[in-house]
Design a protein around this ligand. Structure first.
Ligand SMILES: [Zn+2]
Length: 477
């Protein structure tokens, strides 16, 4: 104890000595670079304090602006946490067999134990994410310092073993109830992207969840354009391996593609919630962490991150804005049909979603004088028009065409959605499914026009009246 006090005293002495020295040096050197460095430090402390005061209110500070890309195809991002493990090879075999790439959020301790599997993950073209060093909740969430240190330690292990420094991090247990505004801010400042999920396979609900239960959970989960699904790769998760081929087939049959998570994929994040940990943050500690995370970002330039260059004082900084996943329409959408009068959709009746046009089925059909019948038990909307019926099955995300009651064709339509009791269908995808084409599209802020080619292949041999063709075609868009 005495020794400790003595050391502290020595430190204090040294600190005041060096401060005095710095002062003398500053006086001697005037405004040469050595002095400017002091200025930077003061500026850093000021920035840190400003951030600290904002974060103290509990609200998140918007981080670096990134640009994201939304895939044209509906996409599933399979993610496997907690590995590598003795099961990793089996998981990788299945992925190889199915020709699917996935993302592995690996743990530092596990990587040291299964370096071969870690290497195989990377060599096979899967993405590697950071899932901390030991996954122990009450260490990771007692203080950001521990979380930060574990991410760094794990990253160094990955770098040593496979030469990868993942920018994607998944918080053990997810960010909900674990991450506060400080955690989000500091991770963001360091250049990392936090990845939660939007579908939980439920494979870690408790020990030994049966394969049938995981399967039911996956099937009952909502479908969206981009699905980030949580699985586990580790002891006790043999059933995840068992159900995996079935899950891949399921999404594939619905029309989904598979891809790895990247910094270009907009991350799923739960957002702020009341945390279940009792922890505090002092300004002194925050300033230290602020410096560390900033230094890390400077040292490891992160692709995908908008470069942080000090903006020239009088110029407008260039802004890269994340792609809006949903956009309120403000101008009408004009549909042009060759040889027929087109019509317009009021801004409230359609929307832009990830650069796609989505329209409510019922409004569209009624506009052209058809009818829609809704069967709530099977969640099927059937549009009647002339001799044609089109059934939209919401449960299976598929579309069935009938002519005079005889089935013509069935298409997968993963993008189908239900909103405000309306079935919403994407324009281009629907046209493509039917062999038609969008001839031209003007999607500008003040003008939206789409011209359709209305010659779907299954009409080629039909002497059908052209107005019927056009109208029917409009109906399924
Ligand atoms: Zn985990």
């Amino acid at each position: 104890m005495r020794q400790h006090v003595q050391t502290a005293k020595n430190r204090l002495y040294l600190a005041s000595l060096s401060m005095a020295l710095l002062f003398v040096v500053s006086l001697l050197l005037g405004s040469v670079p050595a002095y400017a460095a002091g200025d930077d430090e003061a500026a850093l402390a000021e920035q840190s304090k400003e951030a600290f005061l904002q974060l103290q209110t509990g609200k998140r500070i918007a981080g670096e602006e990134r640009s994201y890309e939304t895939p044209e195809q509906p996409t599933v991002y399979l993610t496997f946490d907690d590995g590598p493990s003795k099961l990793t090879d089996q998981v990788l075999d299945i992925l190889d067999e199915k020709g699917v790439k996935a993302t592995f959020f690996a743990i530092g301790v596990q990587a040291k134990e299964y370096p071969k599997q870690l290497k195989r993950i990377v060599d096979s073209g899967h993405a590697l994410g950071n899932h901390t060093y030991n996954h122990v909740y009450n260490e990771l969430y007692s203080d950001f310092q521990t979380f930060w240190d574990q991410v760094q330690k794990t990253e160094n292990i990955f770098d040593e073993l496979v030469g990868v420094r993942p920018q994607l991090v998944r918080a053990p247990g997810g960010t909900a109830t674990n991450f506060d505004a400080y955690y989000y801010y500091l991770m963001d400042q360091a250049g990392y992207m936090m990845e939660d999920w939007n579908v939980d396979s439920g494979d870690s609900k408790r020990a030994g969840v049966p394969a049938s239960e995981i399967w039911q959970t996956v099937k009952a989960s909502p479908l969206s354009h981009e699905i980030n699904i949580l699985f586990h790769d580790g002891t006790g998760h043999d059933n995840t391996v068992k159900v995996l081929p079935q899950v891949i087939d399921y999404y594939r049959n619905l029309g989904y593609s598979f891809a790895t998570l990247t910094t270009k994929v907009k991350p799923k994040q739960f957002g702020l919630s009341k945390i279940k940990w009792n922890r505090g943050m002092s300004l002194t500690h925050f300033t230290k962490l602020y410096g560390e995370t900033k230094a890390y970002a400077a040292e490891h330039s992160q692709p995908g991150l908008v470069e942080e260059t000090p903006a020239p004082p009088k110029e407008e900084p260039i802004k890269v804005i994340a792609m809006q996943s949903e956009e309120e329409s403000t101008v009408p959408l004009n549909i042009q049909l060759p040889g027929q009068e087109g019509f317009a959709f009021d801004p409230t009746l359609y929307r832009m979603h990830a650069n796609r046009i989505e329209l409510p089925l019922r409004t569209l059909v009624e506009k052209i004088g058809g009818q829609v019948a809704w069967q709530p038990d099977t969640k099927t909307a059937t549009a009647h028009y002339g001799i044609y019926d089109i059934a939209y099955h919401l449960q299976t995300r598929s579309m069935e065409l009938f002519k005079l009651g005889q089935p013509l064709a069935t298409y997968a339509m993963a993008d189908m959605d239900m909103r405000n009791n309306q079935i919403i269908v994407p324009l281009r995808k629907t046209i493509d499914s039917l062999g038609g084409r969008i001839m031209s599209a003007r999607i500008e802020s003040d003008r939206r026009e789409v011209a359709l080619s209305l010659r779907p292949y299954y009409f080629y041999n039909e002497p059908a009246d052209s107005i019927l063709q056009n109208s029917l075609f409009a109906l399924v868009n």
